[in-house]
Write a protein that binds this ligand. Structure first.
Ligand code: FEO
Length: 400
């Protein structure tokens, strides 16, 4: 049965949520589910914005048909061709063969790559082109690499509504209300929004900044993303998060101690260091990198200002969950952080040097203190060195 949710008097939510998916993009856990958003406008012309993932396609097609109420579909606007939004494309255009598909030239090419589709009904648009549908008129904005190269956004100049594709989206299913101001966003969605941003879009901070510059010239009153809640209040807060994140600036002052331990001694060093930071009144938290899912670690590294990497030496290298984390942070362009290093090894400790080599490739990373080397287990001498390092980190955090 259809489940259509009004957004305004003539704009309707026709997407759906998947609470059974274990891994989004077959890699990111989504214990709170994920929504695949689509919106239908009933103006003099009817306009559907994007399709959905196969998980919710039956509901979606029912929603579209019910919301149209027997009217024809005039336009399908495709902002993004990643299959979580385009997989139902062919079913949709077969159901509404007279609809004109409005999309970017790159997306039109991708349609032919993904589907047996002749493209006869496609109208390609570029930045600045206008689509008038009656009371509403849409201007298109290019948003390459947010998060694929073909992405475009639509802005309804009549209502100030931005259809933002993946930008401003989040993991987390929708239930009942689709509005951010009705779902306790800060408490329930923000960690997922941060994790979604840094793991999926985070590599493309420069491109996100370009979109934010374009958005600054628009009188935006509502944001309709392809995942997660619709924003109609407190847009400055949402845009502020995106601005901080995409500039690769820390969101919060605080230290995160990431440790990779095999038998517990390296974890002991991390605990001693974290306690030395906390005892001085600075904020610190710890993660065992082998026990915490990678996308959570990535989001937390981007969240905080001071990062400590504590790793056992393993197979003459970095303990591999730590190595994976460091590679992922480098891939996502982490920069502008202060950091410290601790290594452990029973015969040839070298994780610290190898971690330093990786971090040296990142932008604007400032090392704090001396690397601490533990031989097998922490002794009084290393405990004292960890205390000194903890004091340096705390002092830097507290501005002393
Ligand atoms: Fe939600 Fe890049 O797709």
């Amino acid at each position: 049965m259809h489940n259509i949710i009004p957004i305004t008097e003539d704009l309707f939510y026709v997407g759906g949520s998947d609470r059974r998916l274990s891994l989004f993009e077959n890699v990111y856990p989504v214990p709170r589910g994920v929504s695949y958003n689509s919106y239908l406008l009933l103006d003099e012309k009817t306009v559907l914005f994007d399709t959905v993932d196969p998980a919710v396609s039956d509901l979606y097609l029912e929603n579209v048909a019910a919301a149209l109420g027997g009217r024809q579909l005039d336009y399908l606007v495709v902002h993004h061709m990643e299959p979580d939004h385009s997989a139902t494309f062919l079913r949709l255009v077969k159901s509404y063969p007279h609809a004109t598909v409005v999309t970017s030239a790159k997306a039109a090419q991708m349609m032919r790559n993904f589907f047996p589709f002749d493209g006869a009904n496609v109208r390609t648009v570029k930045e600045g082109d206008i689509l008038s549908t009656g009371k509403h008129n849409f201007i298109f904005l290019a948003a390459p690499m947010v998060h694929w190269p073909e992405v475009m956004l639509s802005f309804d100049r009549a209502t100030g509504t931005l259809f933002s594709a993946d930008a401003f989206g989040t993991f987390g299913a929708l239930g009942g209300s689709v509005f951010a101001d009705e779902v306790k966003f800060r408490e329930e969605f923000l960690p997922d929004a941060r994790r979604y941003y840094f793991n999926i879009v985070g590599k493309y901070g420069v491109q996100v900044q370009n979109v934010l510059k374009k958005a600054a010239g628009l009188d935006i009153k509502m944001i309709c993303p392809l995942h997660g809640p619709v924003w109609r209040k407190d847009l400055g807060e949402l845009i502020g998060w995106y601005d901080t994140w995409s500039k690769y600036e820390p969101e919060e002052k605080g230290a995160v101690v990431f440790y990779g331990t095999v038998h517990g001694h390296t974890g002991n060093a991390a605990d001693i260091l974290a306690a030395a930071i906390a005892r001085r009144g600075a904020f610190v938290k710890e993660y065992d990198v082998a026990q915490t899912e990678l996308s959570v670690l990535v989001a937390e590294a981007f969240r905080y200002s001071h990062l400590v990497f504590v790793s056992a030496t393993y197979n003459n290298g970095i303990f591999f969950p730590m190595e994976q984390l460091l590679h992922d942070l480098g891939e996502h362009n982490l920069r502008n952080r202060k950091y410290a290093l601790v290594e452990n090894g029973s015969w040839s400790p070298q994780a610290g040097t190898l971690m330093q080599d990786l971090i040296s490739e990142w932008g604007n990373m400032m090392r704090l203190g001396e690397k601490v080397t533990v031989l097998s287990s922490v002794k009084e001498e290393q405990a004292a060195e960890l205390e000194v390092l903890g004091a340096q980190i705390a002092s830097d955090l507290l501005g002393k």
